[in-house]
Write a protein that binds this ligand. Structure first.
Ligand code: NAP
Length: 255
């Protein structure tokens, strides 16, 4: 039996874990794809590739050329362009598509969230008076905070990059982050406000807990809206979906 190739758009823990589970099953040949946003990838034991496909048309051509039997979109909840490209390309190429996405975090007792939908709104929500801000939104959209230059920013990102913020300090680190370390970081830097994307991942949730313990406000950037034709929240559900494809008419041509 020739294994069917499943392309997984990664950049998340779910993407890597799904690829590892499929790699252990002789029916499947997973290929994990990364945008190439970070200088290095975490250690990987599965076949992978790096870099964009060239928009929906490029991805559709890739799906056909590589005889991809199914596409699983396990990108970060904020990678909305890639998700939209995946929907368009699979429609064009006639390849089944599944979205796997963790549910967003929800505010609980003691949380002081200010929910906003854009980075520009997040910069405004910090307020007019200068504050000490922990900015944990990655590298790509940090410049949105140039609009609020009065604050001091502690910026955390996977890789070092030149900060253009007038009062900024960079800490380069890759999650997961432990609660004890997040507590220490907030206290050592005298943080007064946390800014975060609502990624929903466990790996970065400790900062939310540490902020709650200190009654700090959290400016929480909500996810962009994407309507996915088929979506699940867990790896087990994704494995069940992939399993049902084996032998289905849509995947037979890949055999
Ligand atoms: P994006 O804006 O949705 O994607 C931009 C382009 O990057 C896509 O059009 C595609 O290029 C390429 N791309 C994205 N994901 C890819 C993948 N898995 N494999 C191959 N190519 C991929 O996403 P983004 O620029 O990566 O990030 C947008 C937001 O998501 C940011 O806020 C970022 O911080 C957050 N985020 C992303 C990742 C990640 O791993 N990508 C991880 C954490 C956070 P082509 O059109 O050329 O195919």
């Amino acid at each position: 039996m020739t294994p069917l190739t499943v392309l997984i758009l990664g950049g998340t823990t779910e993407g890597r874990l799904l690829a590892e589970r499929l790699a252990g099953d002789p029916r499947w040949a997973p290929l994990l794809s990364f945008a190439g946003r970070t200088a290095s990838l975490p250690p990987l034991s599965v076949p992978h590739r790096c870099g964009g496909f060239g928009g929906p048309a490029g991805l559709a051509a890739f799906l056909r050329a590589q005889r991809i039997a199914a596409l699983v979109d396990a990108t970060h909840p904020f990678a909305a362009r890639m998700s939209a490209n995946a929907i368009a390309a699979t429609t064009r190429a006639g390849v089944p598509l599944l979205r796997i996405e963790r549910p967003p975090w929800r505010p609980g007792a003691g949380d002081r969230w200010i929910e906003v939908s854009t980075m520009a709104a997040a910069a405004q929500a910090i307020g007019a008076a200068p504050r000490r801000v922990f900015l944990t939104i990655g590298r790509l959209e940090v410049d949105a905070f140039l609009a609020a230059p009065q604050h001091h920013y502690l910026v955390r990102a996977v890789d070092r990059f030149p900060l253009r913020l007038p009062h900024g300090q960079l800490v380069a680190a890759r999650g997961p982050f432990a609660l004890a370390d997040e507590r220490r970081l907030l206290d050592e830097h005298g943080i007064e406000v946390l800014v975060s994307k609502n990624s929903g991942t466990d790996a970065t949730y400790a900062k939310i807990e540490a902020a709650r313990e200190r009654a700090l406000p959290v400016v929480m950037v909500q996810r962009p809206m994407v309507v996915h034709p088929a979506a699940v929240a867990t790896i087990d559900e994704a494995l069940a979906w992939v399993g049902r494809l084996h032998g289905s008419p849509s995947t037979r041509r890949g055999e």
